[in-house]
Ligand binder design. Structure first.
Ligand code: MG
Length: 372
């Protein structure tokens, strides 16, 4: 079996750094889309891929095992290093074997299969809107414009353990497998992706054109695309290594979720501007707190108030911690009203503290936590 590889990553048109990473170590391929303030996203995506690269080279465990180990490593690092507290990453990996692609997946990067004129999505997004579509709360069309469409329900490195979707996909001669970050799929729809893949035989040209299309549509996020053309001939790919475009990464701003945030704020900004409160939006935008979303402890950006029915905050991260468990502890009894944080990192640190305090309380501890 022959794998012809095309790969490209781009900062996009808006972001100040590229927090996406990719791995090309035939027959193993992966993309990772990091999140977390400051250096966090970049560190998370790169570390996760380095871990699976190392474990794969040693032949340790299944691909999903390697991803679970990567989760632990990123999580441990985020606890130890204050500069990257709360970081996380998506990870979508494909191990190409004879006649089969083994996939392991966490988050909202995606894998696609193009075969005989049909593009099929192989992965399920671990996002709030994907869950809302499943429960029938919203339609797929509504999800595309939902202000919270980029909020992840599962990421690698944000919890001690993570569920990894794994599957084996039978491969045929002439198949094309695509791995990509949401910087592509958020800007370019599936028919367009298919058209570009079909118009360009060279996987590298196809990858470059897909990046160009995403940038042409606005390039609001970092974009990473891996295109694998599978054929029955002998030989294999020749590229190798963990890649990440060089970038200046000192910029503050919650880098990963700007897309969702920008849309949430458009109507609010208009109202505030109309009221002559020019600095209000910037002020609100800098505020962070820990509150409750879907009965879970969650990190919010904004302020926990809704004057005149305006929502001045949005969920950045929903943990798997029960808000009832948190509210049962005296320290967090007012979590429903929002616990203010000094910033994004502080908000994630508070969530970690709540988790520890709940574990401590259940183990018969004091039930009192640190200040966060
Ligand atoms: Mg992204």
């Amino acid at each position: 079996m022959r794998i012809e590889v095309g790969v490209a990553t781009d900062i996009g048109k808006v972001r100040e750094g590229n927090e996406d990473s990719f791995l090309v170590q035939p027959p193993l391929f992966a993309v990772a889309d990091g999140m977390g303030g400051h250096r966090g996203g970049e560190v998370a995506s790169q570390l996760a891929l380095e871990v699976i690269e190392t474990l794969a080279a040693r032949g340790k465990g299944s691909l999903a095992d390697q991803v679970r180990e990567a989760n632990r490593r990123v999580f441990d690092r985020s606890l130890k290093d204050r500069n990257v507290t709360g970081m996380g990453t998506t990870l979508t990996a494909a191990l190409i074997g004879p006649g089969t692609a083994t996939l392991a997946h966490v988050g909202d990067s995606r894998a696609y299969l193009l075969r005989a004129g049909a593009l099929r999505r192989l992965t399920e997004d671990h996002t709030l809107v994907a869950r809302m579509i499943k429960t029938g709360e919203i339609t797929a069309a509504e999800a595309e414009v939902h202000p919270h469409r980029n909020v992840l329900t599962r990421a690698l490195g944000t919890e001690p353990d993570v569920g990894v979707d794994e599957q084996d996909v039978p491969l045929m001669d002439g198949d094309t497998v695509v791995l990509c970050s949401d910087g592509l799929t958020g800007m370019v729809n599936e028919p367009q992706i298919q058209a570009i893949l079909e118009a360009n035989d060279s996987p590298q040209v196809a990858a470059d054109r897909l990046i160009k299309a995403a940038n042409g549509a606005g390039g609001i996020d970092n974009i990473t695309v891996l295109v694998l053309r599978i054929s029955d001939e002998a030989a294999g790919g020749d590229l190798t290594g963990v890649g990440q475009s060089s970038s200046s990464s000192q910029v503050s701003a919650p880098v990963r979720r700007l897309f969702g945030r920008a849309l949430v704020w458009i109507p609010i900004a208009l109202v505030l501007l109309a009221a002559g409160v020019f600095s209000a939006r910037a002020y609100v935008d800098r505020q962070w707190y820990v509150g409750v979303a879907n009965q879970h402890v969650a990190v919010f950006q904004g302020i926990p108030a809704s004057p005149a029915g305006l929502h001045l905050s949005h969920v950045v991260f929903e943990s798997n911690i029960s808000s009832t468990d948190a509210a049962d502890l005296p320290l967090y009894s007012n979590i429903g009203e929002g616990i203010s944080a000094q910033g994004r990192d502080d908000a994630f640190a508070i969530v970690d503290q709540i988790r520890k305090d709940i574990v401590g309380a259940k183990a018969g501890g004091t039930g009192l936590g640190g200040s966060g």
